[in-house]
Write a protein that binds this ligand. Structure first.
Ligand code: GLA
Length: 427
């Protein structure tokens, strides 16, 4: 399979390193345009009522907005994205075939409903500046109708810059028009990827650039999940929500082997306070079944993503999955951890070198606990109940095996394979 990095460097922006990992200096937060500058506030300020009234109206408007955003993604969005499997070879029929497979394999029933076209669908703009798809996508509205007819949702991709990362047409200067086109096509999800944004915006203008597309989408009146992609620059988890994001990429492109997946995934400790219903950290697309993770590694990624309350976007060819891949992607008890309505991101509660224990509190008061072995050989890992805020004795269930383990006192020990994970529910 072609690697995600196989496009020539002339076609693509250079591979970025994860800011979480490399601590790329953040641009001054004070330099960014704040929510207080936005047009909604200006409208209120220009109204007839006095300051107190304006504050009340603003609070109500903000609440309504927040409520709308929360309704859009009350739990982490689940679906499929074509990028890692097809890159710029993606076509309308590939999207339809994978949508069919979502339904036929039971993935839709397991919760995967967004079908997201990534980069490379764009054609030219006409004389009025309207964007048209390229020849691989004959009719976007028809594609949207097809997906909706199957009970699925339709996702699309663009950039705040003039060009996307693969050098296709971006939305710079055409945000309103593009958002209107998306609404006409029935789009339900927009991934907005920084790419050439850095050529036209100063770093301190990044927030305003993201807010601009959010406002444009909102003015269409069609709800669309807004997925921000700028690789975690400027600590986006701190402000992604303010610019309307329902989810935001926290890292660079994850495509790769277990080392890359785990390097990025395990960096999320400490970012839990920025997550909740309607707004999620996005450590990028699942690599399960794409070819570089074995089954233990795939289950480890899935376990960690569910503990992180991360969006679950499968990235493999759904028309040709192994039974193990399908089982990894669709285990209902594992997915229930990700989709838990409390919407809390888990965090690390214990570490000994490459051995880690993470805990995610769940709505019913129980805890999901992931035991991760990042070392090169199978090893036992022990979770002490005191470390996860559970009393002396607890009832345990193994979520991958889908079986009750019984009652344990003080601690539980499991053998965890190399690069693998065990996921238990503790009550
Ligand atoms: C960037 C994004 C990827 C993908 C590609 C498409 O690298 O981070 O997720 O969308 O662009 O070109």
């Amino acid at each position: 399979m072609a690697s995600v990095f196989s496009l020539s460097s002339a076609q693509r922006t250079p591979r970025r390193e994860s800011p979480l990992h490399n601590k790329i200096p953040r641009t001054s937060a004070a330099g960014g345009r704040r929510r207080g500058d936005n047009s909604m506030k200006r409208t209120v300020a220009h109204g007839l009522c006095g300051a107190a009234c304006a504050v009340l109206i603003l609070a109500a408007a903000c609440n309504a907005l927040a409520a709308q955003d929360n309704l859009l993604a009350p739990t982490p969005p689940m679906g499929w994205n074509d990028w890692y499997q097809y890159e710029c070879k993606v076509t309308d029929s590939i999207m339809r075939a994978n949508a069919d497979a979502l339904v036929n394999t039971g993935m839709k029933a397991a919760g995967y409903i967004y079908v997201n076209i990534d980069d490379c669908w764009q054609g030219k703009r006409d004389e009025k500046g309207e964007i048209h798809p390229n020849e691989r996508f004959p009719d976007m509205k028809a594609l949207g109708d097809y997906l909706h007819g199957k009970g699925l949702k339709f996702g699309i991709y663009s950039s705040p810059g003039p060009k996307t990362c693969a050098q296709y047409e971006g939305s710079y200067g055409h945000e309103e028009q593009d958002a209107r086109s998306y609404a006409e096509w029935g789009v339900d999800f927009v991934k907005y990827d920084w790419c050439s944004g850095e050529q036209v915006y100063k770093p301190e203008e990044m927030r305003a650039a993201y807010r601009k597309m959010y406002e444009a989408i909102r003015r269409t009146g069609r709800p669309m999940v807004y997925s921000l992609c700028q690789y975690g620059l400027q600590a986006i988890w701190r402000w992604g929500r303010e610019v309307g994001g329902n989810m935001w990429r926290t890292t660079d492109d994850i495509g790769g082997d277990y080392d890359r997946v785990s390097l990025f995934g395990f960096q999320h400790n400490g970012l839990e306070k920025f997550v909740g219903p309607g707004h999620w950290n996005d450590p990028d697309i699942l690599q399960v079944g794409i070819g570089k993770l074995n089954d233990d590694e795939g289950r480890a990624q899935m376990t960690l993503w569910c503990i992180l309350a991360a969006p679950l976007l499968a990235g493999n060819d759904l028309t040709k999955m192994t039974r193990e891949t399908l089982e990894t992607l669709t285990n209902p008890e594992v997915i229930a951890v990700d989709q838990d309505p409390l919407g809390v991101q888990g965090h690390r509660v214990w570490q000994e070198g490459p051995l880690e224990v993470w805990m995610k509190p769940l709505a019913d008061g129980s805890k999901a606990v992931g035991l991760f072995n990042r070392s090169a050989s199978g090893l036992p890992i022990t979770v002490r109940f005191a470390a996860i805020g559970v009393g002396h004795s607890a009832l345990l269930r193994d979520l991958w095996a889908r079986k009750d383990l019984g009652t344990f006192a003080e601690k539980y020990t499991a053998d965890v394979p190399r690069h693998g994970a065990v996921l238990i529910r503790v009550k």
